[in-house]
Design a protein around this ligand. Structure first.
Ligand code: FES
Length: 182
């Protein structure tokens, strides 16, 4: 169960994507973990260079949105309740089943577990909104698709799961999206 109210979670976790400006992310609401994007310059990132993210300030139950190749990706630190719900869910609950452990990531030797998924709905591309109800992790505001905390589609019209980008953990606190090479 979430330790926060729904309103708190919504304020805390909702990011608006400024679609007009390449790579721009505006943070709405209260304090938010800083997304550190070191290394490649803006032009290289637009061309698809990997994006390095310091995830050390993200708490369980929070997510950030990262831009890679001009598209948004969610990086969500899962709670114990969410991980158990994803593990326990039955295949019949999903439209596009995939085992949870194939969609949950962790740095080698580290406890925190992460869902790192594309943030565009696989129906028509809207950005789903985070929800905190155990198994349910996102709902799409456009036509009501529901995705679990690992991005697996539970309810359509979205036909398939939120895709996973290539990524790697360079360390427990450093995630790189855009490559699977350490
Ligand atoms: S765009 Fe998400 S349900 Fe239609």
């Amino acid at each position: 169960m979430s330790e926060h109210t729904h309103d708190d979670a919504t304020r805390r976790d909702f990011l608006y994507i400024a679609t007009g400006a390449a790579g721009a992310v505006a943070v709405a609401g209260i304090a938010w973990p800083l997304v550190s994007q070191m290394g490649p310059n803006a032009r290289e990132q637009a061309a698809g260079a990997p994006v390095e993210i310091d995830v050390s300030e993200i708490e369980a139950g929070q997510l950030i949105t990262v831009i890679w190749r001009g598209a948004p990706y969610f990086v969500r630190k899962l709670t114990e309740v969410e991980i158990k719900a994803a593990d326990d869910a039955q295949q019949s609950e999903f439209r596009d089943f995939q085992p949870a452990n194939e969609r949950i990531a962790a740095a080698e030797g580290a406890t925190p577990q992460w869902a790192i998924v594309a943030a565009n709905c696989t129906h028509l591309g809207c950005v789903p909104t985070k929800v905190d109800t155990g198994l349910n992790g996102w709902v799409c505001p456009c036509h009501g698709s529901i995705f679990d905390v690992t991005g697996r589609v539970i309810k359509g019209p979205a036909p398939i799961n939120l895709p996973l980008p290539p990524f790697v953990f360079a360390s427990e606190d450093t995630l790189i999206i855009g490559t699977d090479q350490a």
